[in-house]
Design a protein around this ligand. Structure first.
Ligand code: SAH
Length: 232
């Protein structure tokens, strides 16, 4: 089954962008996933193809019109389409790996990229858009955020990542940050690979990696340990 992504944007030329390269790009070429872009402006009805207007009640900036965006959504995701519809939004629920995994297990995704000050609230309510944030900072538009969401999903699709194992032991997958990595040479600028890592004792290595992961998580992201305790 091909994972079907539809991206609604005022800048379709920003896609596939980085998703056309490397793992995601090869998977796209193979047809492991498909990417459709929908130009929101094509659904404007006036002769100037206007998609935005001034905010009701005053204030700075412009707002994406509900009527225009809804038409684009209805075109990309007509009734009966069961793919989740995500609106990229700094007000949304922060994206976490567990949600990425859930999305990757589905049949696809519809991603709406905001611009300006954001989109008219009525289209969020009227078209069941799930607001998703990629972090506590403001981007100039939703396109980069949509690229982030897709990149995280696509690498989890069946057959996309050569080494399946590397998907399971990564940061966040077990509620922990990942342990440090090393490769040859054994000594570089006077720094050696920790002895235990090259000891050949797999159980010992695994224990060390686990300890390092827990230590790093405690130091850098204690919040992850708290939510892990709740989940256990
Ligand atoms: N006025 C808004 C910000 C608008 S930024 C506010 O203060 O909340 C313009 C668009 O960029 C948004 O509509 C959204 O689609 C996208 N965007 C900005 N920051 C984002 C983030 N952290 N995560 C996801 N999308 C974001």
């Amino acid at each position: 089954m091909t994972f079907k992504a539809s991206v609604l944007t005022l800048y379709p030329q920003m896609f596939p962008g980085s998703l056309g390269e490397s793992l995601a790009g090869r998977a796209l070429d193979r047809g492991d996933w498909s990417l459709e872009t929908v130009q929101i402006r094509e659904f404007a009805t006036d002769k100037h193809r206007t998609v935005d207007d001034t905010p009701a009640g005053g204030g700075a900036g412009m707002v994406l019109r509900a009527d225009v965006l809804a038409k684009a959504i209805d075109h990309a995701s007509p009734a009966g389409d069961t793919r989740p519809r995500l609106l990229m939004s700094p007000r949304g629920k922060p994206l976490i790996q567990a949600r990425v995994r859930e999305l990757a297990g589905g049949e696809g995704i519809v991603l709406v990229c905001g611009r300006f000050e954001g989109v008219d609230q009525r289209v969020i309510d009227g078209r069941d858009l799930e607001e998703v944030s990629i972090g506590d900072y403001i981007l100039s538009g939703g396109e980069v955020a949509a690229t982030v969401v897709l990149d995280a999903i696509v690498r989890l699709l069946p057959g996309v990542m050569g080494n399946v194992q590397s998907g399971e032991f990564e940061s966040f997958e077990q509620g922990l940050l990942e342990h440090p990595h090393y490769t040859r040479p054994a000594e570089w600028e006077g720094r050696r690979i920790p002895e235990v890592v090259t000891s050949g004792d797999h159980a010992k290595v695994a224990r060390w990696q686990r300890e390092q992961a827990e230590l790093l998580t405690r130091q850098r992201r204690p919040d992850l340990l708290e939510s892990k305790d709740e989940a256990d």
